[in-house]
Design a protein around this ligand. Structure first.
Ligand code: NI
Length: 188
């Protein structure tokens, strides 16, 4: 296990599309070590999620977990989730009805900044476990937003690319000026 340094915005690895994990790597010690490092680093930094490019590894692997998170007190608890080669699809019926969620997101690669991002509130997730078992499920709400944020990292996208520019705020100002009720909002 190891807590690894986190790549900050400007590091080229964050702007590189992550490669898919190859079939022969499932169940391998190498993939297992990467997952352990991601979990250790996420927990040490109090992240709600972390993607492999953020620790300098351009592979399609990410982890998520929320347990009374001090960086995101408005978030519901979310069990530890490990995803390899995840693909997320917005559920089209919801997209048509405009069911979206707006969250002031932050990112360990963009320390100190928050900004409001609007995302589909319900998505279909297809992924594999590190052992190669298929994962297929519908994900909703805050979990769907965290999932999309992490999967974005695998496609060279950071939340500031999607945030409404005029909502960008530093942490102290966020704490002062963004009321609790505006931090996580369901739209429509
Ligand atoms: Ni992030």
């Amino acid at each position: 296990m190891a807590v690894r340094p986190i790549a900050k915005l400007g590091e080229p690895v964050l702007r590189q599309v992550a490669a898919k994990v190859e079939e022969r790597s499932f169940g391998s010690g190498e993939l297992g070590s990467l997952v352990t490092d991601l979990i250790d680093t996420m927990r040490a930094a109090t992240g709600a999620g972390l993607a492999a490019p953020q620790i300098g590894v351009p592979l399609a692997v990410c982890v998520m977990e929320v347990k009374a998170n001090s960086r995101y007190p408005s978030f519901p608890e979310l069990p530890l989730t490990v995803l390899v080669n995840p693909v997320v699809t917005a559920l089209s019926s919801d997209a048509l009805q405009g069911s979206r969620i707006a969250i002031y997101e932050g990112c360990l690669s963009v320390p100190g900044l928050r900004g409001r991002v609007i995302r589909p509130a319900r998505v279909q997730l297809s992924a594999r476990s590190p052992e190669g078992e298929p994962i297929e499920r519908t994900v909703e709400g805050v979990e769907a937003a965290i999932l999309q944020h992490e999967v974005d990292h695998l496609f060279a996208t950071v939340f500031v690319d999607r945030a409404e520019p005029k909502t960008l705020t530093f942490m102290d100002e966020y704490a002062r000026y963004v009321p609790e009720r505006e931090r996580v909002v369901w739209l429509d």
